[in-house]
Each structure stands twice: as C-alpha cells, then as structure tokens.
Design a protein around this ligand. Structure first.
Ligand SMILES: Cc1cc2nc3c(=O)[nH]c(=O)nc-3n(C[C@H](O)[C@H](O)[C@H](O)COP(=O)(O)OP(=O)(O)OC[C@H]3O[C@@H](n4cnc5c(N)ncnc54)[C@H](O)[C@@H]3O)c2cc1C
Length: 318
C-alpha cells in the first residue's frame, strides 16, 4: 500500500496534494492507496475518492501546525499500515513533515520528485539545485519516503467511489509540540501579489538603495504589476523577503518579467523560469541575465526605467 500525506485549505484538497496523489497512484500500481490528514477531513471523502483513495486516516492533533507532532502521527500510522511508500506534496509543510518522519525512521528522503516508479524501493526523478538539474535516483529501504515537486505533475482523476474516513488520535510527547505556529502575521501587500501578477518588475543590487525602488514601483504600478527583487536586496534590508524572487524566494510565472540591475544568478533564475517573456535591464552587456532574456536593454536602470514610465504616460496621455 502507498500512503499519502495530504493537506487541505478551507475544506478543499490542496492542489499540490492532488498532484502528489496522481504520482502516488502510478507508484502504487496494483497496490491500494490510502491518505493521511492532520485534521478533520470532513468533506474530503468524495474529493479523495476521485484519486482512488480507499481510506482517509484523519489524525486528531489539537492546535496549529507542529511539524514534529504531525510526523509522530504519520509514523504511528505507518507503523500500523506498513506502506511500501510514503508520499507528500513538496510544499513547505510536506517537506518539513517528511524530513521529520525520515529522521525518526532512519530512512532516506527524496524530496521534490517529478516521476516515481516501484522497483527495489522506488526509482525517482527529482529536481535539484532550484530546478536547474534533474537527478535520477533509487530510494532503497522497506519504506520509500518521497515528496512531489509542486506543479510538475498533471492531476488525473478517476471514476471511483468515496474514500472511507477513519479517525485516530496519535500518542504525542510534550516535545512533539515544542515547535509550533503560534501566530499568523499577514504579509504586507500593496495590491497584486507576486505569484498572481501578470507583470513583475524586479530590482537587484543595481537599484542601489531602498529609496531607489521608487522607479521600480512606479513602472510596476503603471503596468498593473508587482514589485520583486533579488536576494542581495532582501539581505540589504531594502525590501521584505516576501518580495524575493528565486530559489529561496517566490517562484513566479508572469506574462512579462522585467529584472532590472539583476545579474541573473542561477538561484534567481530558478524563481523566474516560468515567466513567458523576460525583458532584462542591465548596464553590463555581459550580464548572465541576458542569456535567459527575450529582450535586452543595456543601460543604466536609473535612466531606462523613468524613460519607459514617461513613454507609457505619454502614450496613455496621462
Ligand atoms: C543557497 C542560495 C540561495 C539563493 N537564493 C536566491 C534567491 O532566491 N533569489 C536571488 O535573487 N538570489 C538568491 N541567491 C543569491 C544569488 O546567488 C545572487 O547572489 C543574487 O541573485 C545576486 O543578486 P543581484 O543580481 O541583485 O546582484 P549582483 O549579482 O551583484 O548583480 C547586480 C547587477 O546589477 C547590474 N547593475 C549595477 N548597476 C546598474 C545600473 N545602474 N543599471 C543597470 N544595471 C546595473 C550589474 O551589471 C549586475 O549585473 C541565493 C544564493 C544561494 C547560495
């Protein structure tokens, strides 16, 4: 049997969990597929049925997200069910919980898989180095622990009946609840979000200062887009981390991405690979960003950006 840790949002199966279920179903082959959820799971029976899940095991864990407690619940259930593979979505939560699970069971953990097949453990293809490298690996052991790279597997549903729901209350130690979320602080947002924006204008070290972002904000505003930045910028404290595009920031896929004064390090490109078009503004004609760009403007961004904004205003007559 293959067991999948699923996540929900407002009573709906989270999309990355649906993707993980599709990959897990292929991995299960003729074996059965069960799911585990931390929480109630009411209303998920039909949704999970469409992914051929036999039984949803709903763990009663009081309070908010606590990675060690969630892992304890999954480990307890895995001990009872003896699955051949344990799969989760490669989200922040999925990867963190499975890392705890693997550590508790002294097993390897293959994160961010995009393909998996059974055979002497599991054979997987997974993304490394922020998506710039695909690794083929064999995960040995009685239990293969893997997470599924979000948005890499197309969801396929099947025509099957509702999943059964079985509730259980895992035995938790006090230490399992030592690290937990105690407060949610909404990120400050000024309109359109980075993830949803059709246009993103980003600034890097070349912008020079926090105040320098005024011209980046102006252009983003005129294009109805969002402002992003590189890690140098967040490290310098010019912008909040929520604005960072890249491997350790937000992964974006706008229609148009305009990186300004950004060199184009692989860790930055990892976050904007999904952009349909890239228009790079950089003073250095040799800047690596141009290798990823569809359009290049070679020049000082402090002159180029105001000129573009002025031209937009001019054309619009505003
Ligand atoms: C594990 C790890 C994770 C990382 N994650 C991320 C991440 O998520 N996102 C990220 O961005 N980085 C990330 N980095 C950092 C990354 O390697 C680079 O250091 C960073 O992206 C560089 O930022 P930058 O392009 O703004 O600065 P620089 O590399 O210093 O480039 C500045 C650019 O600005 C140009 N420039 C200067 N002045 C002007 C001007 N007046 N007009 C026009 N152009 C000008 C220069 O020609 C240069 O190309 C990560 C690094 C590591 C090791």
């Amino acid at each position: 049997m293959v067991l999948v840790l699923v996540e929900q949002a407002a009573g709906q199966l989270a999309e990355p969990s649906a993707q993980a279920l599709t990959l897990a179903r292929g991995l299960a082959g003729g074996e059965s597929l069960d799911a585990v959820l931390i929480g109630e799971g009411d209303g998920l029976a039909a949704q999970l049925g469409r992914h051929a899940v036999d039984t949803l095991h709903a763990a009663a864990v009081d309070g908010s997200y606590a990675p060690a407690a969630w892992a304890a619940a999954v480990v307890e259930l895995a001990g009872r069910l003896s699955p051949t593979a344990l799969v989760a979505a490669g989200t922040e939560v999925g990867n963190e919980v499975l890392a705890h699970v693997a550590a508790r069971l002294d097993l390897p953990f293959a994160a961010n898989c995009i393909e998996a097949s059974a055979g002497d453990g599991a054979r997987v293809t997974r993304t490394r180095w922020g998506g710039s490298l695909l690794e083929e690996a064999r995960v040995r052991g009685a239990l293969a622990v893997l997470s599924v790279q979000p948005h890499a597997v197309a969801v396929v549903e099947v025509d099957a009946g509702d999943a059964a729901i079985e509730r259980f209350t895992p035995a938790l130690a006090e230490a399992d609840l030592a690290a937990r979320i105690v407060e949610h602080v909404p990120a400050p947002s000024g309109g359109v979000s980075l993830v949803d924006a059709k246009v993103v204008v980003s600034g890097g070290r070349g912008v020079g200062s926090a105040q320098g972002f005024a011209i980046v904000e102006e252009l983003a505003g005129l294009l109805g887009g969002a402002v992003g930045c590189s890690r140098v910028v967040t490290s310098a404290g010019w912008r909040p981390h929520t604005d960072q595009v890249g491997q350790t920031g937000t992964k974006i896929s706008p229609e148009l991405y305009i990186p300004c004064g950004i060199s184009g390090a692989t860790q930055h490109i990892a976050g904007c690979r999904g952009a349909k078009r890239i228009l790079a503004v950089n003073a250095d004609p040799e800047a690596p960003i141009f290798a990823s760009a569809d359009y290049a403007v070679i020049g000082d961004l402090h002159e180029v950006l105001p000129a573009i904004s002025a031209e937009i205003r001019n054309v619009r007559g505003t």
